[in-house]
Design a protein around this ligand. Structure first.
Ligand code: SF4
Ligand code: SF4
Length: 77
């Protein structure tokens, strides 16, 4: 599910999310990278990394089998 769909309507345009990979939890399965619609999750030597250009769809957050994608609320004025 798109994370924004969980929000009240009045907040959808005011709040979005930033997503980061928790390297200590990540088991390097690659599921997030394969699922990202804009293909900006890349494997680096030590861990997977979310690059620039994220559209905030939340697919990686939903699909990660070990909860290694962290979602951080970003207020937009
Ligand atoms: S939230 Fe969506 S666009 Fe952003 S990194 Fe995750 S899958 Fe890709
Ligand atoms: S889906 Fe989760 S465990 Fe798999 S590579 Fe992505 S962050 Fe790591």
């Amino acid at each position: 599910m798109n994370s924004k769909e969980e929000l009240p309507t009045e907040l959808k345009d005011a709040v979005s999310w930033r997503f980061v990979v928790n390297g200590e939890r990540c088991v390097k399965c690659g599921a997030c990278a394969m699922d990202c619609p804009v293909q900006i999750i890349v494997e680096e030597p030590q861990q997977f990394f979310i690059g620039s250009g994220c559209i905030g769809c939340g697919d990686c957050y939903e699909i990660c089998p070990v909860g290694a994608i962290e979602r951080i609320k970003v207020d937009r004025d």
